[in-house]
Design a protein around this ligand. Structure first.
Ligand code: FAD
Length: 390
C-alpha cells in the first residue's frame, strides 16, 4: 500500500476531508495522500461567495479565512426584476467573497502545514476497487490504498469510474468578471460606498424556462475592486431545447451599465445534490460536488467543507472497525444537519423553479418576504453550527 487513504482532488472538499482527519484522528493524517491534477494556485471558475456555514466550519478547524484577500458584502438582495427582499446580518457581513485560486491555495498550505502530503500535477485516470484495496492509475504511475475519497468535482473521474450509470443532475453556470464601476451610468449602476457592498440574485429568467437566477457580487482580483456576474440554471425547466443563458445575463448587465461582449465569458457545470445521487461504494467515498452542491443556488463551498467533516468521521470509524463497506455513509449524510439542509433545499428547488409563473415569482420574492426569511433561516442556512463539534 502507498497510503491508507488517497483523496482524489485538492479543492475545498478534499482539503476539508484531510484537515478534519488530522483534527479527529491525528494518527491517520500521515497515512493520507491527496492527488491533485493541477498546481496551486490553480484557476477555478467560481464566484467565491462564502456563506456563514463555511466560516463556522473553518473556525472550528482553527482557520481564519480573513487572512486572505476578501470582500465583505453587507446586504444581499433576492429579487424578481430588481425588486424583492434584502438580507442583512446583525453585526456581521451577509456574505464574504474570496477568489478561489487564493482560497484553495491557502487551504492547501494549511493542510500541508498540518502534515498532509499533497502531490500536485498528478491526474487520476482510473480507479479500481477490489476486496483488498483500491488501485489508482494516474498519468504518473499507479498508487494503492485501502480507501479512496473522490473529491474531484462535478465531472470527477471517481464518480465516473465507480458509478458510470448513476443519474446526473447538472446545472449550467456562466461567469464573467468586470471592473467594479460601470463605464456608463444607468439608473441601476450606482455603486454602493466602499464597505457597504451589495450582492444580488435576480430570478427574472425563471418564467423563460431558466430554473435559476442572474447574480452580481462585488469581488477583487489581485487587490483591484471588480465585480463577478453570472447566471445559474438547474436545467429543471429545460427540455431538449435548452434556453440560451447568455442573453438574460447580457440583459441584466446592460441594465446596470455593462456590455457583456466586452468581457470574457466562461462556463462550467455544477452537479447538484439529490437524495438519488450515489455517495459511496465499498472502499470508496464521495465528497463535495462529486455528490452534489446545493440545488437552489449551486452554492457548494460550504457544502464541500461540510462533506469533508462527515467523510473524516466515516473514515475514522472504518479504520477502527476494519470495515470499509461504507454502507451507512449515505444515511449518516442525510441525517446530519448538512444533509437535512441539502434535502430541504432540494425540495424547495422543485417548488420555486417548477412554479415558474411570473405571478408566483412576484409573490415569492416580493410579498411572502417574512415566510421566505424564516424558511431560509431555519432550513437553508445555519446547518454549520448544528454540526457536531470536533
Ligand atoms: C460559475 C460558478 C460559480 C460558483 N459560485 C459559487 C459561490 O459563489 N459560492 C459557492 O459556495 N459555490 C459556488 N460554486 C460551486 C463551487 O465552486 C463548488 O461547489 C466547489 O468548488 C466544490 O468543491 P469540490 O472540492 O467538491 O470540487 P472542486 O472545487 O471542483 O475541486 C476538485 C479538485 O479536483 C481536482 N481534480 C479533478 N479531476 C481530477 C483528477 N482526475 N485527478 C486529480 N485531481 C483532479 C481539480 O483540479 C480540483 O482541484 C460555483 C460554481 C461555478 C461553476
Amino acid at each position: 500500500m502507498d497510503r491508507d487513504i488517497i483523496i482524489v482532488g485538492g479543492g475545498p472538499s478534499g482539503l476539508s476531508t484531510a484537515l478534519h482527519i488530522q483534527r479527529i484522528d491525528p494518527h491517520l493524517a500521515p497515512r493520507v495522500l491527496i492527488l491533485e491534477k493541477a498546481r496551486y494556485p490553480r484557476p477555478k471558475l467560481c464566484a467565491g461567495g462564502l456563506v456563514i456555514d463555511a466560516e463556522v466550519i473553518l473556525e472550528r478547524l482553527g482557520l481564519d479565512v480573513s487572512e486572505i484577500p476578501h470582500v465583505d458584502v453587507e446586504s444581499i438582495h433576492f429579487d424578481f426584476h430588481a425588486r424583492g427582499l434584502e438580507i442583512r446580518m446583525p453585526k456581521r457581513h451577509a456574505l464574504r467573497v474570496i477568489r478561489r485560486d487564493e482560497f484553495d491555495t491557502w487551504l492547501a498550505e494549511k493542510a500541508k502545514s498540518r502534515g498532509i502530503e499533497i502531490k500536485e500535477s498528478i491526474s487520476v485516470k482510473n480507479i479500481i476497487p477490489d476486496k483488498d484495496g483500491v488501485t489508482v492509475e494516474t498519468d504518473n504511475g499507479t498508487f494503492h490504498a485501502q480507501v479512496v475519497v473522490g473529491a474531484d468535482g462535478s465531472n470527477g473521474i471517481t464518480r465516473r469510474c465507480i458509478f458510470p450509470h448513476a443519474p446526473v443532475y447538472t446545472a449550467r453556470a456562466l461567469e464573467v468578471i468586470t471592473p467594479s464601476r460601470s463605464p456608463r451610468n444607468t439608473k441601476y449602476s450606482r455603486e454602493a460606498p466602499r464597505g457597504q457592498e451589495e450582492a444580488f440574485f435576480d430570478f427574472f429568467p425563471v418564467p423563460d424556462n431558466i430554473a435559476g437566477y442572474v447574480w452580481g457580487f462585488p469581488t477583487q482580483v489581485h487587490g483591484e475592486p471588480t465585480r463577478c456576474w453570472g447566471i445559474y440554471d438547474t436545467n429543471l425547466l429545460s427540455n431538449e431545447k435548452r434556453p440560451q443563458l447568455k442573453e438574460p445575463l447580457a440583459k441584466e448587465m446592460s441594465r446596470r451599465g455593462f456590455d457583456l461582449d466586452n468581457y470574457e465569458l466562461k462556463g462550467h457545470p455544477i452537479r447538484w445534490f439529490s437524495p438519488d445521487n450515489p455517495m459511496s461504494a465499498s472502499r470508496v467515498l464521495l465528497v463535495g460536488d462529486a455528490i452534489g452542491a446545493d440545488s437552489i443556488f449551486g452554492e457548494g463551498i460550504s457544502v464541500a467543507l461540510g462533506y469533508g467533516r462527515l467523510a473524516a468521521r466515516e473514515l475514522k470509524s472504518a479504520f477502527e472497525q476494519n470495515d470499509f463497506s461504507f454502507d451507512r455513509y449515505k444515511t449518516h449524510i442525510l441525517m446530519s444537519p448538512l444533509g437535512q439542509a441539502l434535502l430541504a433545499r432540494w425540495f424547495i428547488t422543485y417548488i420555486i423553479y417548477s412554479l415558474k409563473w411570473k405571478w408566483f415569482q412576484v409573490l415569492l420574492w416580493r410579498i411572502m418576504k417574512p415566510i421566505v426569511l424564516v424558511v431560509a433561516w431555519i432550513f437553508v442556512l445555519n446547518w454549520g453550527r448544528r454540526m457536531q463539534k470536533l
